[in-house]
Design a protein around this ligand. Structure first.
Ligand code: GZL
Length: 329
């Protein structure tokens, strides 16, 4: 301490400069995020995959925010396979990361590995999608959309487009995933009030454009294809695939068959601008900043809410042209 004092008295200008530089670095946010021992924060993140435009934007938001905060992010892409996510979480435990975060590809099957993380004293944060577990303490927080509300919003838009009458073809998301289960639930909750609006076909397109096109082709070949007046797609990528299938079959998407989907990716706004999609219900993928705010608190052992819901809107064709330049994903 004495030597430091004598250094400051002999070289005040160097001390002043160093303090100023550190101050600037900290203010500009270049200071690294640290764990409770003051070391660089190490976070293991298991991502669902790269199945859709939404997922790409979500991954970008997570990676860029971690880099901005100087966090050591161990990122793993599960290619939409649960066994890969379980393997990745086990690897994060073995590496002794400070926090594990993941977007579970399906709701069930994660309890054992979450018990292992708890036993290892590593807190877990859920991003985007939830899990079904018997012990809610197995994760500190779940930040993501209210998928049931997204389903209700989509159904209300279908009612507005059809006057409450017609036949609905449904492209379902990944079987067993929280968004697929809850969007279907919210959609059917509203439909109960409209007996003349019926789901005539429903099949999973696994949230991908390719599968969405394939399933829509099958819908259009079905004996009751003529009953379809509306398509409800659980995400924009499947809707864009279905639009391709309709055009190849000589059907005008957005006119002969109305289309309502969910996510709000750029491609959906372009399709609305071209009159091929009628509505997209927003599902915000830009979770990075909020997610790492929560992770930093959890890393320091601070209390966080067990559920954080992201705020979202609904966009119709008439808004597409003005909204398109503003879209961040
Ligand atoms: C929703 C997210 C879903 C998107 C799809 O939060 O989990 O997964 O709606 C994505 O585009 O594949």
């Amino acid at each position: 301490m004495k030597s430091l004092r004598s250094f400051v008295s002999r070289y005040p200008i160097y001390t002043l400069a160093t303090t100023a530089i550190f101050g600037v670095v900290a203010t500009l946010g270049f200071a690294e995020d640290t764990n409770k021992n003051g070391k660089k924060l190490v976070v293991g993140f298991s991502q669902v995959g790269a199945e859709s435009g939404w997922r790409t934007a979500n991954t970008e938001s997570i990676k860029s925010e971690a880099a901005k905060r100087g966090i050591d992010l161990r990122f793993s892409d599960a290619q939409q396979k649960e066994e890969n996510q379980i393997k990745a979480i086990r690897s994060f435990i073995a590496q002794g990361v400070d926090v594990i975060a993941f977007s579970p590809v399906v709701e069930t099957g994660f309890e054992p590995v979450l018990q292992e993380a708890k036993k290892a004293g590593i807190p877990v944060v859920l991003s985007d999608r939830a899990v079904k577990v018997s012990d809610p303490s197995l994760y500190k927080c779940f930040i993501g959309s209210d998928f049931i509300e997204e389903g209700r919003r989509a159904a209300n838009e279908v009612v507005k487009l059809t006057g409450g009458k017609g036949g609905i073809a449904e492209l379902v998301g990944t079987v067993g995933s929280a968004p697929a289960i809850d969007r279907a639930k919210g959609f059917r909750e509203v439909l109960e009030k409209y007996p003349d609006l019926k789901i005539v076909m429903s099949q999973s397109g696994d949230f991908t454009r390719a599968k969405g096109k394939e399933v829509m082709e099958a819908f259009l070949k079905a004996p009751n294809a003529k009953d379809i007046t509306v398509l409800f797609a659980h995400n924009d990528d499947m809707a864009l695939g279905a639009i391709q299938a309709m055009e190849e079959a000589g059907i005008k998407p957005g006119q002969d068959i109305k289309i309502v989907s969910i996510d709000g990716v750029r491609g959906a706004f372009e399709a609305m601008k071209d009159g091929k999609l009628n509505v997209t219900v927003e599902c915000n993928p830009l979770l990075g900043p909020q997610l790492f705010d929560l992770i930093e608190k959890v890393a320091k052992g601070e209390e966080v809410p067990h559920r954080v819901v992201t705020q979202e809107g609904v966009y119709e064709q008439s808004q597409a042209a003005t909204e398109l330049p503003k879209r961040q994903y």
